[in-house]
Design a protein around this ligand. Structure first.
Ligand code: SAH
Length: 465
Protein backbone atom coordinates (compact mmCIF):
# COMPACT_ATOMS: atom_id res chain seq x y z
CA UNK A 1 0.00 0.00 0.00
CA UNK A 2 1.68 3.19 -1.15
CA UNK A 3 -1.04 5.59 0.02
CA UNK A 4 -3.38 5.45 2.99
CA UNK A 5 -7.06 6.34 2.37
CA UNK A 6 -8.00 8.07 5.65
CA UNK A 7 -11.42 9.72 5.91
CA UNK A 8 -11.79 13.18 7.42
CA UNK A 9 -15.06 14.11 9.19
CA UNK A 10 -16.50 17.24 7.58
CA UNK A 11 -18.99 18.30 10.25
CA UNK A 12 -18.11 21.81 11.39
CA UNK A 13 -14.92 21.92 9.35
CA UNK A 14 -13.69 24.72 7.10
CA UNK A 15 -12.35 24.05 3.64
CA UNK A 16 -10.40 26.71 1.79
CA UNK A 17 -10.22 26.85 -1.97
CA UNK A 18 -7.94 29.30 -3.77
CA UNK A 19 -8.18 29.90 -7.51
CA UNK A 20 -10.80 29.81 -10.24
CA UNK A 21 -11.57 28.00 -13.46
CA UNK A 22 -12.79 24.49 -14.13
CA UNK A 23 -10.28 22.78 -11.84
CA UNK A 24 -11.32 24.97 -8.93
CA UNK A 25 -15.00 24.38 -9.80
CA UNK A 26 -14.43 20.63 -9.66
CA UNK A 27 -12.92 20.86 -6.18
CA UNK A 28 -15.73 23.11 -4.95
CA UNK A 29 -18.27 20.65 -6.30
CA UNK A 30 -16.84 17.90 -4.07
CA UNK A 31 -18.22 19.73 -1.02
CA UNK A 32 -21.62 20.78 -2.33
CA UNK A 33 -23.49 18.16 -0.32
CA UNK A 34 -21.23 18.17 2.70
CA UNK A 35 -21.70 19.85 6.08
CA UNK A 36 -18.32 21.61 5.74
CA UNK A 37 -18.04 25.37 5.34
CA UNK A 38 -16.42 26.16 1.99
CA UNK A 39 -14.56 29.47 1.68
CA UNK A 40 -13.55 30.15 -1.87
CA UNK A 41 -10.96 32.79 -2.70
CA UNK A 42 -11.07 33.27 -6.45
CA UNK A 43 -8.50 36.09 -6.55
CA UNK A 44 -8.97 39.22 -8.65
CA UNK A 45 -9.88 39.00 -12.38
CA UNK A 46 -11.11 35.48 -11.76
CA UNK A 47 -13.21 33.25 -13.97
CA UNK A 48 -16.85 33.47 -12.97
CA UNK A 49 -18.08 31.05 -10.30
CA UNK A 50 -20.90 28.79 -11.58
CA UNK A 51 -24.26 29.77 -10.19
CA UNK A 52 -24.94 26.53 -8.29
CA UNK A 53 -21.57 26.72 -6.55
CA UNK A 54 -22.01 30.39 -5.65
CA UNK A 55 -25.07 29.28 -3.66
CA UNK A 56 -23.18 26.91 -1.40
CA UNK A 57 -19.75 28.52 -1.01
CA UNK A 58 -18.70 31.79 0.58
CA UNK A 59 -16.98 33.44 -2.37
CA UNK A 60 -14.32 36.19 -2.01
CA UNK A 61 -12.73 37.94 -5.00
CA UNK A 62 -9.32 38.21 -3.33
CA UNK A 63 -6.57 35.97 -2.06
CA UNK A 64 -6.80 34.38 1.40
CA UNK A 65 -5.01 36.22 4.19
CA UNK A 66 -3.25 34.60 7.13
CA UNK A 67 -6.32 35.01 9.29
CA UNK A 68 -8.55 33.44 6.61
CA UNK A 69 -6.46 30.30 6.94
CA UNK A 70 -7.03 29.96 10.66
CA UNK A 71 -9.03 26.85 11.52
CA UNK A 72 -8.94 25.45 7.99
CA UNK A 73 -8.81 21.66 7.73
CA UNK A 74 -8.06 21.33 4.03
CA UNK A 75 -6.67 23.90 1.64
CA UNK A 76 -6.96 23.43 -2.12
CA UNK A 77 -4.83 25.59 -4.39
CA UNK A 78 -6.04 25.59 -7.98
CA UNK A 79 -3.54 27.48 -10.12
CA UNK A 80 -1.40 30.57 -9.58
CA UNK A 81 2.21 31.64 -9.86
CA UNK A 82 4.70 29.21 -8.25
CA UNK A 83 5.66 31.82 -5.66
CA UNK A 84 2.03 32.39 -4.71
CA UNK A 85 1.39 28.66 -4.41
CA UNK A 86 4.47 28.14 -2.34
CA UNK A 87 3.69 30.96 0.07
CA UNK A 88 0.06 29.98 0.52
CA UNK A 89 0.93 26.31 1.07
CA UNK A 90 3.51 27.23 3.73
CA UNK A 91 1.10 29.51 5.57
CA UNK A 92 -1.66 26.93 5.48
CA UNK A 93 0.56 24.19 6.82
CA UNK A 94 1.78 26.44 9.62
CA UNK A 95 -1.86 26.72 10.72
CA UNK A 96 -2.31 22.97 10.71
CA UNK A 97 -4.11 22.49 7.41
CA UNK A 98 -3.42 19.78 4.84
CA UNK A 99 -2.67 21.21 1.41
CA UNK A 100 -3.60 19.95 -2.04
CA UNK A 101 -2.07 21.72 -5.02
CA UNK A 102 -4.36 20.75 -7.85
CA UNK A 103 -2.62 18.64 -10.47
CA UNK A 104 0.66 18.65 -8.60
CA UNK A 105 1.02 15.55 -6.39
CA UNK A 106 4.63 16.45 -5.52
CA UNK A 107 3.57 19.69 -3.79
CA UNK A 108 0.52 18.15 -2.07
CA UNK A 109 0.06 16.65 1.39
CA UNK A 110 -2.79 14.52 0.08
CA UNK A 111 -4.33 13.54 -3.23
CA UNK A 112 -8.01 13.57 -4.09
CA UNK A 113 -9.23 10.05 -4.84
CA UNK A 114 -11.99 9.11 -7.28
CA UNK A 115 -15.09 9.21 -5.08
CA UNK A 116 -18.41 7.36 -5.06
CA UNK A 117 -20.66 9.53 -2.91
CA UNK A 118 -23.76 7.91 -1.41
CA UNK A 119 -24.16 10.38 1.47
CA UNK A 120 -23.21 8.30 4.47
CA UNK A 121 -21.28 5.77 2.45
CA UNK A 122 -18.28 7.11 0.61
CA UNK A 123 -15.98 4.90 -1.43
CA UNK A 124 -12.66 6.32 -2.50
CA UNK A 125 -10.39 4.86 -5.12
CA UNK A 126 -6.81 6.05 -4.88
CA UNK A 127 -3.87 5.40 -7.14
CA UNK A 128 -1.46 7.72 -5.37
CA UNK A 129 -1.75 10.06 -8.34
CA UNK A 130 -0.09 7.56 -10.65
CA UNK A 131 -3.09 6.49 -12.75
CA UNK A 132 -6.14 8.72 -12.22
CA UNK A 133 -7.88 7.33 -15.33
CA UNK A 134 -7.70 3.84 -13.89
CA UNK A 135 -9.17 5.09 -10.61
CA UNK A 136 -12.04 6.71 -12.49
CA UNK A 137 -12.79 3.45 -14.33
CA UNK A 138 -12.76 1.51 -11.07
CA UNK A 139 -15.03 4.11 -9.54
CA UNK A 140 -17.53 3.58 -12.40
CA UNK A 141 -17.47 -0.15 -11.74
CA UNK A 142 -18.11 0.44 -8.02
CA UNK A 143 -20.90 2.92 -8.82
CA UNK A 144 -22.65 0.16 -10.68
CA UNK A 145 -22.60 -2.40 -7.89
CA UNK A 146 -23.40 0.02 -5.08
CA UNK A 147 -27.18 0.61 -4.95
CA UNK A 148 -28.04 4.27 -5.39
CA UNK A 149 -29.94 4.43 -2.11
CA UNK A 150 -27.39 2.75 0.11
CA UNK A 151 -26.86 6.17 1.73
CA UNK A 152 -30.44 6.09 3.06
CA UNK A 153 -29.67 2.82 4.78
CA UNK A 154 -26.47 4.07 6.35
CA UNK A 155 -28.21 7.28 7.42
CA UNK A 156 -30.90 5.27 9.23
CA UNK A 157 -28.28 3.12 10.89
CA UNK A 158 -26.61 6.23 12.24
CA UNK A 159 -29.91 7.67 13.44
CA UNK A 160 -30.91 4.48 15.28
CA UNK A 161 -27.53 3.51 16.68
CA UNK A 162 -28.18 5.08 20.09
CA UNK A 163 -31.66 3.58 20.40
CA UNK A 164 -30.42 0.12 19.48
CA UNK A 165 -27.65 0.35 22.04
CA UNK A 166 -30.11 1.27 24.78
CA UNK A 167 -32.50 -1.58 23.90
CA UNK A 168 -29.96 -4.33 23.32
CA UNK A 169 -27.09 -4.26 25.72
CA UNK A 170 -25.32 -7.40 24.56
CA UNK A 171 -22.88 -6.90 21.72
CA UNK A 172 -23.91 -10.18 20.05
CA UNK A 173 -27.59 -9.19 20.14
CA UNK A 174 -26.78 -5.87 18.58
CA UNK A 175 -24.77 -7.51 15.87
CA UNK A 176 -27.60 -9.95 15.17
CA UNK A 177 -30.01 -7.02 15.00
CA UNK A 178 -27.84 -5.09 12.53
CA UNK A 179 -27.35 -8.16 10.40
CA UNK A 180 -31.11 -8.48 10.06
CA UNK A 181 -31.86 -4.78 9.78
CA UNK A 182 -29.21 -4.06 7.18
CA UNK A 183 -29.83 -7.15 5.09
CA UNK A 184 -33.54 -7.89 5.40
CA UNK A 185 -36.80 -6.19 4.47
CA UNK A 186 -35.71 -2.85 5.92
CA UNK A 187 -32.73 -2.88 3.61
CA UNK A 188 -34.96 -3.69 0.64
CA UNK A 189 -37.24 -0.78 1.51
CA UNK A 190 -34.31 1.63 1.88
CA UNK A 191 -32.83 0.56 -1.45
CA UNK A 192 -36.23 1.16 -3.05
CA UNK A 193 -35.91 4.69 -1.72
CA UNK A 194 -38.68 4.28 0.88
CA UNK A 195 -36.96 5.72 3.94
CA UNK A 196 -40.08 5.83 6.10
CA UNK A 197 -40.88 2.16 5.52
CA UNK A 198 -37.26 1.18 6.11
CA UNK A 199 -37.27 3.03 9.43
CA UNK A 200 -40.53 1.41 10.48
CA UNK A 201 -39.21 -2.05 9.58
CA UNK A 202 -35.98 -1.47 11.49
CA UNK A 203 -37.92 -0.47 14.59
CA UNK A 204 -40.23 -3.45 14.13
CA UNK A 205 -37.20 -5.72 14.00
CA UNK A 206 -35.94 -4.12 17.16
CA UNK A 207 -39.26 -4.67 18.94
CA UNK A 208 -39.38 -8.35 18.17
CA UNK A 209 -37.68 -9.74 21.21
CA UNK A 210 -37.36 -13.19 19.77
CA UNK A 211 -37.79 -12.32 16.19
CA UNK A 212 -39.18 -15.02 14.01
CA UNK A 213 -37.14 -15.14 10.84
CA UNK A 214 -39.09 -14.83 7.61
CA UNK A 215 -37.51 -16.16 4.49
CA UNK A 216 -38.02 -15.16 0.90
CA UNK A 217 -37.70 -16.86 -2.45
CA UNK A 218 -36.24 -14.91 -5.34
CA UNK A 219 -36.87 -16.38 -8.74
CA UNK A 220 -33.92 -15.07 -10.73
CA UNK A 221 -32.97 -15.24 -14.40
CA UNK A 222 -29.33 -16.22 -14.91
CA UNK A 223 -29.19 -15.27 -18.59
CA UNK A 224 -27.74 -17.56 -21.24
CA UNK A 225 -24.45 -18.38 -19.50
CA UNK A 226 -22.01 -15.52 -19.98
CA UNK A 227 -21.79 -13.86 -16.52
CA UNK A 228 -21.51 -10.47 -18.24
CA UNK A 229 -25.11 -10.91 -19.33
CA UNK A 230 -26.39 -11.21 -15.77
CA UNK A 231 -28.37 -8.20 -14.53
CA UNK A 232 -26.84 -6.12 -11.73
CA UNK A 233 -29.79 -7.07 -9.54
CA UNK A 234 -29.31 -10.79 -10.16
CA UNK A 235 -25.63 -10.44 -9.26
CA UNK A 236 -26.54 -8.67 -6.02
CA UNK A 237 -29.16 -11.28 -5.08
CA UNK A 238 -26.63 -14.05 -5.72
CA UNK A 239 -24.10 -12.36 -3.47
CA UNK A 240 -26.66 -12.06 -0.69
CA UNK A 241 -28.32 -15.46 -0.95
CA UNK A 242 -28.14 -17.97 1.91
CA UNK A 243 -29.32 -20.78 -0.35
CA UNK A 244 -29.00 -21.11 -4.13
CA UNK A 245 -31.14 -23.60 -5.98
CA UNK A 246 -29.92 -23.94 -9.56
CA UNK A 247 -30.34 -25.78 -12.82
CA UNK A 248 -27.96 -27.44 -15.19
CA UNK A 249 -28.32 -24.47 -17.56
CA UNK A 250 -26.83 -22.03 -15.02
CA UNK A 251 -23.12 -21.68 -15.78
CA UNK A 252 -20.28 -22.03 -13.26
CA UNK A 253 -19.27 -18.45 -14.08
CA UNK A 254 -22.63 -17.20 -12.83
CA UNK A 255 -22.65 -19.44 -9.75
CA UNK A 256 -19.20 -18.18 -8.83
CA UNK A 257 -20.74 -14.80 -8.09
CA UNK A 258 -22.41 -16.26 -5.00
CA UNK A 259 -20.99 -16.12 -1.49
CA UNK A 260 -18.68 -19.05 -0.79
CA UNK A 261 -20.58 -20.10 2.29
CA UNK A 262 -24.01 -20.08 0.60
CA UNK A 263 -25.65 -23.51 0.40
CA UNK A 264 -25.89 -24.67 -3.23
CA UNK A 265 -28.56 -27.15 -4.22
CA UNK A 266 -28.29 -28.57 -7.74
CA UNK A 267 -31.67 -29.64 -9.06
CA UNK A 268 -30.36 -29.76 -12.64
CA UNK A 269 -32.35 -31.57 -15.20
CA UNK A 270 -31.07 -33.24 -18.30
CA UNK A 271 -33.53 -34.00 -21.09
CA UNK A 272 -35.70 -36.98 -20.24
CA UNK A 273 -33.87 -37.45 -16.94
CA UNK A 274 -35.05 -35.45 -13.97
CA UNK A 275 -32.70 -35.88 -11.00
CA UNK A 276 -35.02 -33.75 -8.86
CA UNK A 277 -38.72 -33.89 -9.81
CA UNK A 278 -40.49 -30.56 -10.20
CA UNK A 279 -42.68 -31.06 -7.08
CA UNK A 280 -39.60 -31.68 -5.00
CA UNK A 281 -38.02 -28.43 -6.22
CA UNK A 282 -41.04 -26.60 -4.87
CA UNK A 283 -40.67 -28.42 -1.55
CA UNK A 284 -37.00 -27.46 -1.30
CA UNK A 285 -37.79 -23.79 -1.91
CA UNK A 286 -40.51 -23.78 0.75
CA UNK A 287 -38.44 -25.75 3.27
CA UNK A 288 -35.40 -23.45 2.99
CA UNK A 289 -37.44 -20.24 3.08
CA UNK A 290 -39.28 -21.48 6.20
CA UNK A 291 -35.92 -21.65 7.95
CA UNK A 292 -35.71 -17.90 7.40
CA UNK A 293 -33.23 -18.14 4.56
CA UNK A 294 -32.93 -15.85 1.55
CA UNK A 295 -33.39 -18.38 -1.19
CA UNK A 296 -32.37 -17.64 -4.75
CA UNK A 297 -33.93 -19.99 -7.27
CA UNK A 298 -31.79 -19.26 -10.30
CA UNK A 299 -32.79 -20.47 -13.73
CA UNK A 300 -31.16 -20.27 -17.14
CA UNK A 301 -32.27 -17.36 -19.31
CA UNK A 302 -35.49 -15.81 -18.03
CA UNK A 303 -37.54 -17.64 -15.39
CA UNK A 304 -40.80 -17.00 -17.22
CA UNK A 305 -39.76 -18.22 -20.67
CA UNK A 306 -40.10 -22.01 -20.86
CA UNK A 307 -38.65 -22.24 -17.37
CA UNK A 308 -41.68 -23.44 -15.37
CA UNK A 309 -41.14 -20.33 -13.25
CA UNK A 310 -44.89 -19.85 -12.94
CA UNK A 311 -45.36 -23.28 -11.38
CA UNK A 312 -42.63 -22.74 -8.80
CA UNK A 313 -44.03 -19.34 -7.95
CA UNK A 314 -47.45 -20.91 -7.32
CA UNK A 315 -46.02 -23.40 -4.85
CA UNK A 316 -44.08 -20.74 -2.95
CA UNK A 317 -47.02 -18.34 -2.77
CA UNK A 318 -49.41 -21.10 -1.74
CA UNK A 319 -47.10 -21.79 1.22
CA UNK A 320 -47.49 -18.14 2.27
CA UNK A 321 -43.89 -17.27 1.52
CA UNK A 322 -42.85 -14.00 -0.09
CA UNK A 323 -41.62 -14.34 -3.64
CA UNK A 324 -39.98 -11.92 -6.03
CA UNK A 325 -39.01 -12.33 -9.68
CA UNK A 326 -35.93 -10.87 -11.36
CA UNK A 327 -35.84 -11.20 -15.13
CA UNK A 328 -32.94 -12.54 -17.16
CA UNK A 329 -31.82 -12.40 -20.76
CA UNK A 330 -33.60 -15.25 -22.46
CA UNK A 331 -31.71 -17.60 -24.79
CA UNK A 332 -33.61 -16.33 -27.84
CA UNK A 333 -32.46 -12.77 -27.25
CA UNK A 334 -28.90 -13.77 -26.37
CA UNK A 335 -28.54 -16.08 -29.38
CA UNK A 336 -30.06 -13.53 -31.76
CA UNK A 337 -27.63 -10.91 -30.47
CA UNK A 338 -24.69 -13.24 -30.69
CA UNK A 339 -25.50 -14.32 -34.25
CA UNK A 340 -26.53 -10.76 -35.14
CA UNK A 341 -29.95 -11.86 -36.32
CA UNK A 342 -32.38 -8.96 -35.93
CA UNK A 343 -35.53 -10.72 -34.70
CA UNK A 344 -37.70 -8.03 -36.20
CA UNK A 345 -36.89 -6.03 -39.30
CA UNK A 346 -39.01 -3.49 -41.13
CA UNK A 347 -38.48 -5.30 -44.44
CA UNK A 348 -38.58 -8.94 -43.29
CA UNK A 349 -40.33 -9.55 -40.00
CA UNK A 350 -43.13 -7.61 -38.35
CA UNK A 351 -43.62 -10.15 -35.59
CA UNK A 352 -41.49 -12.51 -33.54
CA UNK A 353 -42.82 -15.57 -31.74
CA UNK A 354 -41.11 -17.75 -29.17
CA UNK A 355 -42.16 -21.39 -29.23
CA UNK A 356 -41.12 -24.65 -27.64
CA UNK A 357 -40.28 -27.68 -29.75
CA UNK A 358 -41.39 -29.90 -26.89
CA UNK A 359 -44.80 -29.63 -25.25
CA UNK A 360 -46.38 -31.34 -22.24
CA UNK A 361 -47.40 -34.85 -23.27
CA UNK A 362 -51.11 -34.86 -23.98
CA UNK A 363 -51.11 -31.04 -23.80
CA UNK A 364 -51.92 -28.60 -26.61
CA UNK A 365 -49.34 -27.97 -29.35
CA UNK A 366 -48.14 -24.57 -30.54
CA UNK A 367 -50.18 -22.91 -33.29
CA UNK A 368 -48.15 -23.64 -36.44
CA UNK A 369 -50.41 -21.44 -38.59
CA UNK A 370 -49.05 -18.48 -36.64
CA UNK A 371 -45.50 -19.82 -36.54
CA UNK A 372 -45.44 -20.31 -40.31
CA UNK A 373 -46.84 -16.87 -41.13
CA UNK A 374 -44.92 -14.78 -43.65
CA UNK A 375 -43.00 -11.67 -42.50
CA UNK A 376 -42.35 -13.30 -39.16
CA UNK A 377 -39.44 -14.71 -37.20
CA UNK A 378 -40.25 -17.85 -35.23
CA UNK A 379 -37.81 -18.83 -32.51
CA UNK A 380 -37.79 -22.36 -31.17
CA UNK A 381 -36.49 -23.42 -27.77
CA UNK A 382 -35.89 -27.12 -27.09
CA UNK A 383 -35.94 -27.78 -30.81
CA UNK A 384 -32.95 -30.04 -31.43
CA UNK A 385 -34.67 -33.36 -30.70
CA UNK A 386 -37.87 -32.11 -32.29
CA UNK A 387 -36.19 -30.73 -35.44
CA UNK A 388 -37.90 -33.23 -37.81
CA UNK A 389 -41.34 -32.38 -36.39
CA UNK A 390 -40.70 -28.63 -36.46
CA UNK A 391 -39.57 -28.86 -40.08
CA UNK A 392 -42.58 -30.97 -41.11
CA UNK A 393 -45.15 -28.86 -39.27
CA UNK A 394 -43.75 -25.56 -40.56
CA UNK A 395 -43.73 -26.85 -44.16
CA UNK A 396 -47.23 -28.30 -43.77
CA UNK A 397 -48.45 -24.94 -42.49
CA UNK A 398 -47.13 -23.27 -45.64
CA UNK A 399 -43.67 -21.89 -44.81
CA UNK A 400 -41.41 -22.20 -47.91
CA UNK A 401 -38.70 -24.88 -47.91
CA UNK A 402 -36.08 -22.24 -48.75
CA UNK A 403 -36.85 -20.15 -45.66
CA UNK A 404 -33.53 -19.40 -43.92
CA UNK A 405 -32.88 -20.97 -40.53
CA UNK A 406 -30.21 -19.93 -38.03
CA UNK A 407 -29.36 -22.44 -35.32
CA UNK A 408 -27.24 -21.30 -32.38
CA UNK A 409 -25.88 -24.01 -30.13
CA UNK A 410 -24.44 -23.18 -26.66
CA UNK A 411 -25.07 -19.47 -27.22
CA UNK A 412 -22.63 -17.12 -25.42
CA UNK A 413 -20.55 -20.06 -24.17
CA UNK A 414 -16.98 -20.68 -25.37
CA UNK A 415 -18.18 -23.53 -27.57
CA UNK A 416 -20.94 -21.53 -29.27
CA UNK A 417 -21.79 -22.62 -32.85
CA UNK A 418 -23.93 -20.79 -35.35
CA UNK A 419 -25.22 -22.74 -38.30
CA UNK A 420 -27.19 -21.33 -41.22
CA UNK A 421 -29.44 -23.68 -43.14
CA UNK A 422 -32.91 -23.73 -44.74
CA UNK A 423 -36.18 -25.03 -43.43
CA UNK A 424 -36.35 -28.15 -45.62
CA UNK A 425 -32.82 -29.15 -44.47
CA UNK A 426 -33.26 -28.41 -40.76
CA UNK A 427 -33.56 -32.00 -39.53
CA UNK A 428 -30.69 -33.18 -41.77
CA UNK A 429 -28.48 -30.33 -40.61
CA UNK A 430 -29.00 -31.17 -36.95
CA UNK A 431 -27.86 -34.73 -37.64
CA UNK A 432 -25.02 -33.85 -40.01
CA UNK A 433 -23.60 -31.11 -37.77
CA UNK A 434 -24.06 -33.30 -34.67
CA UNK A 435 -25.95 -30.65 -32.71
CA UNK A 436 -26.41 -31.87 -29.13
CA UNK A 437 -26.08 -28.82 -26.86
CA UNK A 438 -28.88 -26.42 -25.88
CA UNK A 439 -29.84 -24.59 -29.05
CA UNK A 440 -32.08 -21.88 -30.37
CA UNK A 441 -33.56 -22.24 -33.86
CA UNK A 442 -34.58 -19.02 -35.58
CA UNK A 443 -36.74 -19.44 -38.68
CA UNK A 444 -37.50 -16.58 -41.04
CA UNK A 445 -35.94 -14.24 -43.59
CA UNK A 446 -34.13 -12.38 -40.81
CA UNK A 447 -32.05 -15.51 -40.08
CA UNK A 448 -30.09 -14.97 -43.30
CA UNK A 449 -28.85 -11.61 -42.01
CA UNK A 450 -26.84 -13.26 -39.23
CA UNK A 451 -23.18 -14.16 -38.87
CA UNK A 452 -22.30 -17.82 -38.99
CA UNK A 453 -19.55 -20.17 -37.90
CA UNK A 454 -20.87 -22.85 -40.30
CA UNK A 455 -23.20 -22.43 -43.26
CA UNK A 456 -24.87 -25.74 -43.93
CA UNK A 457 -26.10 -24.38 -47.23
CA UNK A 458 -23.65 -21.82 -48.49
CA UNK A 459 -25.82 -20.91 -51.49
CA UNK A 460 -28.34 -19.54 -48.99
CA UNK A 461 -25.88 -16.90 -47.99
CA UNK A 462 -25.37 -16.03 -51.62
CA UNK A 463 -29.10 -15.78 -52.18
CA UNK A 464 -29.58 -13.37 -49.31
CA UNK A 465 -26.23 -11.57 -49.53
N1 SAH B 1 -35.69 -20.05 -19.41
C1 SAH B 1 -34.75 -20.33 -20.47
C2 SAH B 1 -35.19 -21.43 -21.37
C3 SAH B 1 -35.22 -22.76 -20.71
S1 SAH B 1 -35.74 -24.03 -21.77
C4 SAH B 1 -34.50 -19.02 -21.24
O1 SAH B 1 -35.23 -18.04 -21.05
O2 SAH B 1 -33.55 -18.99 -22.01
C5 SAH B 1 -34.24 -24.72 -22.28
C6 SAH B 1 -33.93 -24.32 -23.69
O3 SAH B 1 -33.42 -23.02 -23.73
C7 SAH B 1 -32.86 -25.17 -24.35
O4 SAH B 1 -33.39 -26.38 -24.85
C8 SAH B 1 -32.45 -24.26 -25.47
O5 SAH B 1 -33.41 -24.27 -26.50
C9 SAH B 1 -32.53 -22.91 -24.82
N2 SAH B 1 -31.23 -22.44 -24.31
C10 SAH B 1 -30.90 -22.19 -23.03
N3 SAH B 1 -29.64 -21.74 -22.94
C11 SAH B 1 -29.16 -21.68 -24.19
C12 SAH B 1 -27.93 -21.29 -24.77
N4 SAH B 1 -26.92 -20.85 -24.02
N5 SAH B 1 -27.80 -21.36 -26.12
C13 SAH B 1 -28.79 -21.82 -26.89
N6 SAH B 1 -29.98 -22.19 -26.39
C14 SAH B 1 -30.16 -22.13 -25.08
Amino acid sequence: MRVFPASIPLDGRTIILAGSGFMADAKARLFVNSPARLKWFTGRNADPVPHDLAQVAEVYDREPTRSDLRGATLVFIAGGEPRFIDRLARRARRRGALVNVVDSPAESDFQVPAIVDRDEIVVSVASGGSAPVLSVDIRSAVEQVLPANVGILAGLARELRGTVKSVLDKFDDRRAFWERALRGEARDAALRGDRAAARRLMLKTLNEVQPEKTGIVHLVGAGPGDPDLLTLKAARLLREADVIVHDRLVSEGVLNMARRDALRIDVGKTKGHHPVPQEEIGDILVREARKGQRVVRIKGGDPFIFGRGGEELDVVRAAGIDAEVTPGISAALACAASAQVPLTHRDHAQTVTFASGVVKSGGPDADYETLAAPNATSVFYMGVGAAPQIEAKMLAAGRAGATPVMLVENGTHDNERRILTRLDSLADTVVRERVHGPSIIMIGETAALGQVTAAAQTELQETYA
